[in-house]
Design a protein around this ligand. Sequence first.
Ligand code: AHR
Length: 540
Amino acid sequence: MNYLFPCSVFYLLDPITSDIMRSTQTLSLIALLCIFTLSLAAQNSPRGRAVINADLGKDTISRHIYGHFSEHLGHCIYGGFYVGEGNTAIPNKNGVRTDVIEALKELKIPNLRWPGGCFADTYHWKDGIGPKTERPTIVNTWWGGVTEDNSFGTHDFLNMCELLGTEPYLSANVGSGTVQELAEWIQYVNHDGVSPMASLRRQNGREKPWNVKYWGVGNETWGCGGHMRPEYYADIYRQYATFMSDWTNTGRLFRIASGAGSSNYNWTEVLMRDIPNRMLDGVALHHYSVIDWNAKGSATGFDEQQYFTIMKQALQMDELVQKHSTIMDKYDPGKRVALVVDEWGGWYDVEPGTNPGFLYQQNTMRDAMIAAATLNIFNNHCDRVRMANLAQTINVLQAVILTDEEKMLLTPTYHVMKMYNVHQDALLLPTELQNCDYVLGDSELPALSVSASRDDAGLVHISVANIDAKETKTLSVELRGLGISSVEGQILRSGKLQDHNTFEQPDKVHPTQYKQFKRSGSTIEMELPPFSVVVLTVKS
Ligand code: AHR
């Protein structure tokens, strides 16, 4: 319902009634009528109700849920993060784009996964160290068959993480690598003493180790990482993990097993059963929102049915997280092992005219809705989901940044990630939600998605998404156990679901101040336009 309509009618009548309109009395009457109409509309919008227990909560939302992923794929690394030190007019620091560094710092990205993905299981890290002119040139067999000159290697990545203020998450080659190769990589980046690999690192110009904590042991080992059976991979994992000394002697190495694709529950069951708990810190899970792997559809030219299907896929994350967690609970009731959703996001056809192997796609309000709903799911399951990585950071799949030579733009997904970063390391506040439906034909989805947290400064943040493509929803939020002194918020919305930012119009979709709410005591009544994302900040 367009609840601004009656106000617009008065506005249109203005030329005829201009004399009368000048009278203060009439203006007040119009204002009253508008308010009345607004509240009438609010009462008529389908309504959800959330009770947030602001004085309860025991689990922290790990900032690592807001992690990112950068693979040697298309223009994620080359042209995206890295433009090289010479022969470029693009401002950079040690070859890393300055505009990208600034944008990602604003996001507060907590960790960055590299070098893949499928690429990781073909990557030999020693190819990417030493003088750049002497590094071997290889073929990126997974992604477009392009030449990979290894100019972006271990030092480049780890130094870049320092610039970004983010923790590196290295994904090791199990598919075509060796145990020794991984053991040496860890020694190379983490050992401060005298050892063959520490000496090699120093020889290559880096005195102090980087102390890398997060290590993935293979990627999609059921697929591009080796087409293994879970029983076989569990044994391989045990072998690799045995030789993963942390070299920092702090015991801080965090080993993540290559996990299931979407609903392959047997994979998680076997890993949890066959790998001793003490050898495992995280189990991965990958889930992409795809209409059909053989007909993914355009990133920008889609209809409501396609949107609905994608949102159904995105919301499936809730069921996946719950079911994988239930299996993990059986073997790890103390929840020591994290569920690490280290690849998630929307996957569509590449932009017309671009290399199919580069996975370059635009990013619309539909992607903003995927991000908002998925992050709420992760927040609400933060007892088990303690790390996640959106795929991928720049120019690949559901990117937060797109670049074209010297130009850069921030996508709607970027804006959601930024609005939501207030939840990082905050205390999850338990929320009970009575939802309302998003109906399309005979099908329905829960329209609203909510999560809430309290940060160290005592601020409560509530993130809400209305995924309905057509209908405004009302959400009545009752905050229990908190006296409210002020509420403010930001909203991300746009006229059409297909709206996106382009290099010509880079700011078409951006967050604005949110005003469509009323507060009465401890209740906040929110008006949520179709496909909108709101984050409220509540002060006590
Ligand atoms: O993110 C693109 C690819 O998707 C990754 O390389 C792989 O792990 C997954 O199948």
